[in-house]
Write a protein that binds this ligand. Structure first.
Ligand code: 9MR
Length: 371
Protein backbone atom coordinates (compact mmCIF):
# COMPACT_ATOMS: atom_id res chain seq x y z
CA UNK A 1 0.00 0.00 0.00
CA UNK A 2 2.78 2.40 1.01
CA UNK A 3 4.63 1.45 -2.15
CA UNK A 4 1.57 2.16 -4.31
CA UNK A 5 1.14 5.52 -2.59
CA UNK A 6 4.78 6.33 -3.27
CA UNK A 7 4.50 5.38 -6.94
CA UNK A 8 1.36 7.48 -7.29
CA UNK A 9 3.05 10.42 -5.55
CA UNK A 10 6.12 10.15 -7.77
CA UNK A 11 3.93 9.95 -10.89
CA UNK A 12 1.94 12.99 -9.78
CA UNK A 13 5.14 14.98 -9.16
CA UNK A 14 6.42 13.91 -12.57
CA UNK A 15 3.20 14.95 -14.28
CA UNK A 16 3.25 18.27 -12.49
CA UNK A 17 6.81 18.93 -13.64
CA UNK A 18 5.99 17.85 -17.18
CA UNK A 19 2.97 20.14 -17.09
CA UNK A 20 5.08 23.05 -15.89
CA UNK A 21 7.62 22.35 -18.58
CA UNK A 22 4.89 22.62 -21.19
CA UNK A 23 3.64 25.92 -19.87
CA UNK A 24 5.03 28.58 -22.13
CA UNK A 25 7.08 31.19 -20.32
CA UNK A 26 7.83 29.21 -17.16
CA UNK A 27 11.43 29.14 -15.98
CA UNK A 28 11.59 25.89 -17.92
CA UNK A 29 12.10 28.32 -20.79
CA UNK A 30 13.15 25.56 -23.20
CA UNK A 31 9.49 24.96 -23.98
CA UNK A 32 8.73 28.32 -25.53
CA UNK A 33 8.95 28.53 -29.31
CA UNK A 34 12.29 29.50 -30.80
CA UNK A 35 12.47 32.65 -32.91
CA UNK A 36 15.26 31.34 -35.13
CA UNK A 37 13.34 28.13 -35.83
CA UNK A 38 10.07 29.94 -36.36
CA UNK A 39 11.62 32.11 -39.09
CA UNK A 40 14.18 29.61 -40.38
CA UNK A 41 12.81 29.71 -43.93
CA UNK A 42 12.42 33.49 -43.92
CA UNK A 43 15.39 35.40 -42.45
CA UNK A 44 18.08 35.20 -39.79
CA UNK A 45 17.25 36.25 -36.24
CA UNK A 46 19.99 38.13 -34.45
CA UNK A 47 20.75 39.81 -31.16
CA UNK A 48 23.33 42.22 -29.80
CA UNK A 49 25.73 40.54 -27.36
CA UNK A 50 27.78 41.96 -24.50
CA UNK A 51 30.91 40.41 -22.94
CA UNK A 52 29.12 38.50 -20.18
CA UNK A 53 26.89 36.87 -22.77
CA UNK A 54 29.51 35.65 -25.27
CA UNK A 55 31.84 34.66 -22.43
CA UNK A 56 29.02 32.36 -21.28
CA UNK A 57 29.14 33.60 -17.67
CA UNK A 58 25.55 32.41 -17.11
CA UNK A 59 24.87 28.94 -18.55
CA UNK A 60 21.08 29.47 -18.55
CA UNK A 61 21.52 32.65 -20.54
CA UNK A 62 23.78 30.83 -23.01
CA UNK A 63 21.15 28.14 -23.51
CA UNK A 64 18.54 30.80 -24.05
CA UNK A 65 20.63 32.70 -26.62
CA UNK A 66 21.53 29.58 -28.55
CA UNK A 67 17.91 28.47 -28.70
CA UNK A 68 16.51 31.82 -29.84
CA UNK A 69 19.13 33.35 -32.16
CA UNK A 70 21.29 32.31 -35.12
CA UNK A 71 23.05 35.62 -35.73
CA UNK A 72 24.75 38.10 -33.39
CA UNK A 73 26.36 41.54 -33.39
CA UNK A 74 28.79 42.64 -30.68
CA UNK A 75 27.18 45.60 -28.90
CA UNK A 76 30.52 47.36 -28.30
CA UNK A 77 33.72 45.30 -28.40
CA UNK A 78 34.51 45.68 -32.11
CA UNK A 79 34.11 49.46 -32.11
CA UNK A 80 37.41 51.24 -32.79
CA UNK A 81 37.88 52.64 -29.26
CA UNK A 82 37.84 49.12 -27.87
CA UNK A 83 39.51 47.04 -30.57
CA UNK A 84 42.14 49.68 -31.47
CA UNK A 85 42.77 51.58 -28.21
CA UNK A 86 46.20 52.99 -29.12
CA UNK A 87 47.86 53.99 -32.36
CA UNK A 88 49.88 50.73 -32.52
CA UNK A 89 47.82 48.54 -30.23
CA UNK A 90 44.89 46.33 -31.06
CA UNK A 91 42.92 44.36 -28.51
CA UNK A 92 41.54 41.34 -30.33
CA UNK A 93 40.89 39.13 -27.33
CA UNK A 94 37.18 39.87 -26.76
CA UNK A 95 36.44 39.66 -30.49
CA UNK A 96 38.28 36.34 -30.71
CA UNK A 97 36.10 35.03 -27.88
CA UNK A 98 33.00 36.22 -29.68
CA UNK A 99 34.10 34.45 -32.87
CA UNK A 100 34.68 31.26 -30.87
CA UNK A 101 31.23 31.58 -29.32
CA UNK A 102 29.68 31.93 -32.76
CA UNK A 103 31.55 28.93 -34.13
CA UNK A 104 30.66 26.73 -31.18
CA UNK A 105 26.95 27.54 -31.33
CA UNK A 106 26.38 28.06 -35.07
CA UNK A 107 25.73 31.76 -34.70
CA UNK A 108 26.87 34.00 -37.56
CA UNK A 109 28.67 37.16 -36.42
CA UNK A 110 28.14 40.59 -37.91
CA UNK A 111 31.19 42.77 -37.21
CA UNK A 112 30.17 46.18 -35.88
CA UNK A 113 31.67 48.47 -36.98
CA UNK A 114 34.79 49.52 -38.93
CA UNK A 115 34.23 53.24 -39.55
CA UNK A 116 32.06 55.24 -37.15
CA UNK A 117 32.55 58.78 -35.86
CA UNK A 118 31.46 57.72 -32.36
CA UNK A 119 33.40 55.61 -29.83
CA UNK A 120 36.68 56.51 -31.55
CA UNK A 121 39.97 55.79 -29.76
CA UNK A 122 41.23 58.69 -27.62
CA UNK A 123 44.27 59.24 -29.89
CA UNK A 124 41.90 60.24 -32.71
CA UNK A 125 40.69 63.27 -30.72
CA UNK A 126 43.79 65.32 -31.21
CA UNK A 127 44.20 64.37 -34.83
CA UNK A 128 44.67 67.42 -36.99
CA UNK A 129 46.17 66.29 -40.29
CA UNK A 130 44.77 64.50 -43.30
CA UNK A 131 47.83 62.26 -43.36
CA UNK A 132 47.32 60.88 -39.88
CA UNK A 133 43.55 60.41 -40.35
CA UNK A 134 44.28 58.60 -43.63
CA UNK A 135 46.86 56.38 -41.93
CA UNK A 136 44.44 55.44 -39.15
CA UNK A 137 41.66 54.79 -41.67
CA UNK A 138 43.79 52.54 -43.90
CA UNK A 139 45.52 50.65 -41.10
CA UNK A 140 42.37 50.16 -39.07
CA UNK A 141 40.29 48.73 -41.91
CA UNK A 142 43.11 46.56 -43.28
CA UNK A 143 44.09 45.15 -39.91
CA UNK A 144 40.67 44.56 -38.38
CA UNK A 145 38.75 43.49 -41.50
CA UNK A 146 41.73 41.36 -42.59
CA UNK A 147 42.06 39.58 -39.27
CA UNK A 148 38.42 38.56 -39.14
CA UNK A 149 37.92 37.68 -42.81
CA UNK A 150 36.21 34.32 -42.98
CA UNK A 151 35.64 34.49 -39.21
CA UNK A 152 32.81 37.00 -39.18
CA UNK A 153 30.00 36.63 -41.69
CA UNK A 154 29.65 40.33 -42.40
CA UNK A 155 30.78 43.84 -41.48
CA UNK A 156 28.97 47.10 -40.92
CA UNK A 157 31.75 48.80 -42.88
CA UNK A 158 30.47 52.32 -42.29
CA UNK A 159 27.97 53.30 -39.61
CA UNK A 160 25.85 56.47 -39.45
CA UNK A 161 27.56 58.63 -42.09
CA UNK A 162 24.41 60.64 -42.89
CA UNK A 163 22.47 63.57 -41.45
CA UNK A 164 18.67 63.49 -41.21
CA UNK A 165 18.35 65.56 -44.40
CA UNK A 166 20.42 63.05 -46.34
CA UNK A 167 23.60 65.13 -46.52
CA UNK A 168 26.92 63.75 -45.28
CA UNK A 169 27.40 64.04 -41.53
CA UNK A 170 30.30 66.24 -40.46
CA UNK A 171 32.86 63.86 -38.94
CA UNK A 172 36.64 63.65 -38.68
CA UNK A 173 36.53 61.39 -41.74
CA UNK A 174 34.51 63.79 -43.87
CA UNK A 175 36.63 66.73 -42.74
CA UNK A 176 39.99 65.20 -43.58
CA UNK A 177 39.26 62.59 -46.25
CA UNK A 178 36.42 64.25 -48.15
CA UNK A 179 33.15 63.04 -49.62
CA UNK A 180 34.52 59.80 -51.03
CA UNK A 181 35.59 58.31 -47.73
CA UNK A 182 32.63 55.91 -47.59
CA UNK A 183 33.49 54.45 -51.00
CA UNK A 184 37.14 54.24 -49.91
CA UNK A 185 36.17 52.37 -46.75
CA UNK A 186 34.30 49.77 -48.80
CA UNK A 187 37.19 49.50 -51.27
CA UNK A 188 39.65 48.79 -48.44
CA UNK A 189 37.26 46.37 -46.74
CA UNK A 190 36.72 44.51 -50.01
CA UNK A 191 40.48 44.06 -50.40
CA UNK A 192 41.05 43.02 -46.79
CA UNK A 193 37.94 40.83 -46.44
CA UNK A 194 37.06 39.21 -49.77
CA UNK A 195 35.05 36.50 -48.00
CA UNK A 196 32.92 38.77 -45.85
CA UNK A 197 29.65 40.50 -46.70
CA UNK A 198 29.90 44.30 -46.55
CA UNK A 199 27.09 46.57 -45.37
CA UNK A 200 26.23 50.22 -44.82
CA UNK A 201 24.31 50.75 -41.55
CA UNK A 202 22.32 53.73 -40.22
CA UNK A 203 19.28 54.78 -38.16
CA UNK A 204 16.28 56.64 -39.60
CA UNK A 205 17.46 55.70 -43.11
CA UNK A 206 13.92 54.52 -43.75
CA UNK A 207 12.80 58.17 -43.61
CA UNK A 208 12.47 59.67 -47.12
CA UNK A 209 15.15 62.39 -47.00
CA UNK A 210 17.76 60.31 -45.23
CA UNK A 211 16.87 57.33 -47.43
CA UNK A 212 17.51 59.42 -50.56
CA UNK A 213 20.96 60.32 -49.19
CA UNK A 214 21.58 56.67 -48.40
CA UNK A 215 20.60 55.60 -51.90
CA UNK A 216 22.92 58.24 -53.41
CA UNK A 217 25.76 56.96 -51.21
CA UNK A 218 25.16 53.36 -52.28
CA UNK A 219 24.97 54.31 -55.97
CA UNK A 220 28.27 56.13 -55.63
CA UNK A 221 29.94 53.04 -54.18
CA UNK A 222 28.48 50.87 -56.92
CA UNK A 223 29.46 53.35 -59.68
CA UNK A 224 33.07 53.15 -58.46
CA UNK A 225 32.97 49.40 -59.07
CA UNK A 226 33.24 48.68 -55.35
CA UNK A 227 31.31 45.88 -53.64
CA UNK A 228 28.50 46.59 -51.19
CA UNK A 229 26.25 43.65 -50.29
CA UNK A 230 23.61 45.10 -48.05
CA UNK A 231 22.09 47.95 -46.15
CA UNK A 232 21.14 47.93 -42.49
CA UNK A 233 18.19 49.90 -41.19
CA UNK A 234 18.84 49.99 -37.44
CA UNK A 235 15.19 50.18 -36.43
CA UNK A 236 15.22 52.18 -33.18
CA UNK A 237 11.53 53.05 -33.14
CA UNK A 238 8.88 54.27 -30.71
CA UNK A 239 5.71 52.47 -29.60
CA UNK A 240 2.62 53.52 -31.58
CA UNK A 241 4.81 55.37 -34.08
CA UNK A 242 6.55 52.69 -36.12
CA UNK A 243 6.86 54.15 -39.65
CA UNK A 244 5.56 51.12 -41.54
CA UNK A 245 4.98 52.89 -44.86
CA UNK A 246 8.48 54.38 -44.96
CA UNK A 247 9.92 51.00 -43.96
CA UNK A 248 8.15 49.20 -46.80
CA UNK A 249 9.21 51.82 -49.36
CA UNK A 250 12.78 51.49 -48.09
CA UNK A 251 12.82 47.70 -48.37
CA UNK A 252 11.67 48.01 -51.99
CA UNK A 253 14.03 50.82 -52.95
CA UNK A 254 17.13 49.36 -51.34
CA UNK A 255 16.42 45.91 -52.76
CA UNK A 256 16.02 47.49 -56.22
CA UNK A 257 19.70 48.46 -55.96
CA UNK A 258 20.53 44.78 -55.71
CA UNK A 259 21.19 44.89 -51.98
CA UNK A 260 20.16 42.67 -49.10
CA UNK A 261 18.05 44.57 -46.59
CA UNK A 262 18.50 44.05 -42.87
CA UNK A 263 16.97 45.36 -39.65
CA UNK A 264 20.06 45.51 -37.54
CA UNK A 265 19.31 47.05 -34.12
CA UNK A 266 15.60 46.58 -33.61
CA UNK A 267 13.90 47.87 -30.48
CA UNK A 268 10.64 49.73 -29.85
CA UNK A 269 10.89 52.06 -26.93
CA UNK A 270 7.91 52.84 -24.71
CA UNK A 271 9.16 55.77 -22.62
CA UNK A 272 8.63 59.46 -23.35
CA UNK A 273 11.14 61.00 -25.73
CA UNK A 274 10.99 64.23 -27.70
CA UNK A 275 13.02 63.17 -30.74
CA UNK A 276 13.42 60.11 -32.96
CA UNK A 277 16.44 58.04 -33.85
CA UNK A 278 19.57 56.90 -32.03
CA UNK A 279 21.98 59.82 -31.96
CA UNK A 280 24.04 58.74 -28.97
CA UNK A 281 25.27 62.23 -28.12
CA UNK A 282 21.68 63.50 -27.72
CA UNK A 283 20.45 63.54 -24.10
CA UNK A 284 17.31 64.57 -22.20
CA UNK A 285 16.95 65.86 -18.64
CA UNK A 286 14.94 63.71 -16.25
CA UNK A 287 11.69 65.07 -14.83
CA UNK A 288 8.71 63.63 -12.93
CA UNK A 289 7.16 62.17 -16.06
CA UNK A 290 10.24 60.69 -17.68
CA UNK A 291 10.26 57.28 -15.96
CA UNK A 292 6.57 56.32 -15.60
CA UNK A 293 6.68 52.48 -15.59
CA UNK A 294 9.04 51.52 -12.76
CA UNK A 295 6.32 49.29 -11.27
CA UNK A 296 5.58 47.48 -14.54
CA UNK A 297 4.29 48.15 -18.04
CA UNK A 298 0.56 48.99 -18.17
CA UNK A 299 -1.45 46.49 -20.17
CA UNK A 300 -2.49 49.05 -22.81
CA UNK A 301 1.13 49.83 -23.65
CA UNK A 302 2.05 46.12 -23.61
CA UNK A 303 -0.72 45.47 -26.16
CA UNK A 304 0.35 48.39 -28.35
CA UNK A 305 3.93 47.11 -28.29
CA UNK A 306 2.70 43.66 -29.29
CA UNK A 307 0.62 45.11 -32.13
CA UNK A 308 3.60 47.13 -33.39
CA UNK A 309 5.89 44.10 -33.41
CA UNK A 310 3.18 42.06 -35.12
CA UNK A 311 2.79 44.65 -37.92
CA UNK A 312 6.53 44.89 -38.36
CA UNK A 313 7.05 41.14 -38.66
CA UNK A 314 4.09 40.89 -41.04
CA UNK A 315 5.89 43.38 -43.24
CA UNK A 316 9.22 41.55 -42.92
CA UNK A 317 7.51 38.30 -43.91
CA UNK A 318 5.80 39.94 -46.88
CA UNK A 319 9.28 40.90 -48.13
CA UNK A 320 11.19 37.86 -46.93
CA UNK A 321 12.79 37.54 -50.38
CA UNK A 322 14.54 40.88 -49.70
CA UNK A 323 14.96 40.93 -45.91
CA UNK A 324 17.83 38.68 -44.86
CA UNK A 325 18.18 39.40 -41.15
CA UNK A 326 16.30 40.88 -38.21
CA UNK A 327 18.54 41.64 -35.21
CA UNK A 328 17.25 42.85 -31.85
CA UNK A 329 19.47 45.35 -29.99
CA UNK A 330 19.72 43.31 -26.82
CA UNK A 331 18.28 40.08 -25.48
CA UNK A 332 15.85 41.27 -22.87
CA UNK A 333 14.42 44.42 -21.30
CA UNK A 334 17.00 44.19 -18.51
CA UNK A 335 20.00 44.65 -20.79
CA UNK A 336 18.81 47.19 -23.34
CA UNK A 337 20.82 50.41 -23.85
CA UNK A 338 17.45 52.23 -23.66
CA UNK A 339 17.45 51.89 -19.86
CA UNK A 340 20.26 54.47 -19.92
CA UNK A 341 19.63 56.64 -22.96
CA UNK A 342 18.70 59.45 -23.50
CA UNK A 343 18.25 59.55 -19.69
CA UNK A 344 20.20 57.34 -17.28
CA UNK A 345 18.51 54.80 -15.04
CA UNK A 346 15.05 54.45 -16.58
CA UNK A 347 12.95 51.28 -16.73
CA UNK A 348 12.33 50.54 -20.39
CA UNK A 349 10.55 47.67 -22.15
CA UNK A 350 11.55 47.67 -25.84
CA UNK A 351 12.23 43.98 -26.58
CA UNK A 352 10.34 40.67 -26.89
CA UNK A 353 11.59 39.21 -23.59
CA UNK A 354 11.21 40.64 -20.09
CA UNK A 355 13.93 40.97 -17.46
CA UNK A 356 13.71 37.21 -16.71
CA UNK A 357 13.82 36.20 -20.38
CA UNK A 358 10.12 35.46 -20.18
CA UNK A 359 8.32 36.09 -23.48
CA UNK A 360 6.04 39.12 -23.60
CA UNK A 361 2.78 39.44 -25.57
CA UNK A 362 4.82 40.82 -28.46
CA UNK A 363 6.78 37.54 -28.68
CA UNK A 364 3.60 35.48 -28.94
CA UNK A 365 2.12 37.81 -31.58
CA UNK A 366 5.27 37.53 -33.65
CA UNK A 367 5.61 33.74 -33.54
CA UNK A 368 1.84 33.33 -34.14
CA UNK A 369 2.35 34.81 -37.61
CA UNK A 370 3.92 31.50 -38.63
CA UNK A 371 1.58 29.12 -36.82
O1 9MR B 1 24.18 49.81 -27.33
C1 9MR B 1 25.38 50.53 -27.40
C2 9MR B 1 25.72 51.14 -26.06
O2 9MR B 1 26.03 50.13 -25.13
C3 9MR B 1 26.87 52.11 -26.18
O3 9MR B 1 27.06 52.79 -24.95
C4 9MR B 1 26.59 53.11 -27.28
C5 9MR B 1 27.77 54.03 -27.38
O4 9MR B 1 27.93 54.67 -28.54
O5 9MR B 1 26.35 52.42 -28.50
C6 9MR B 1 25.22 51.61 -28.46
O6 9MR B 1 24.99 50.99 -29.71
C7 9MR B 1 24.73 51.86 -30.81
C8 9MR B 1 25.21 51.18 -32.06
O7 9MR B 1 26.55 50.82 -31.93
C9 9MR B 1 25.02 52.08 -33.27
N1 9MR B 1 23.66 52.53 -33.39
C10 9MR B 1 23.06 53.09 -32.20
C11 9MR B 1 23.22 52.12 -31.03
C12 9MR B 1 22.54 52.64 -29.81
O8 9MR B 1 23.17 53.82 -29.40
Amino acid sequence: MIQIKQVVATCMAGLLLAGLALLPGTTYGQTIPSLKDTFKNDFGIGTALNNAQFEERDPQMTQFIVRQFNMATPENIMKSALIHPKWDTYNFEPADKLVQFGKKHNILINGHTLIWHSQLPPFMRGMKSADSVRTFFNDHIKTVAGRFDGKVFSWDVVNEALNEDGTMRKTVFLDYLGDDYVTEAFRLAQQAAPNTELYYNDYNNEQPAKRAGCIALIKKIQAAGVRIDGVGIQGHWHVGRVPLKAIEESILQYAALGLKVMFTELDIEVLPRNFQGAEVSQRMTANEQSNPYTAGLPDGVQQQLAADYESLFKLFLKHKDKVTRVTFWGINDGNTWLNNWPIRGRTNYPLLFDRNNKPKSAFYKVVALKN
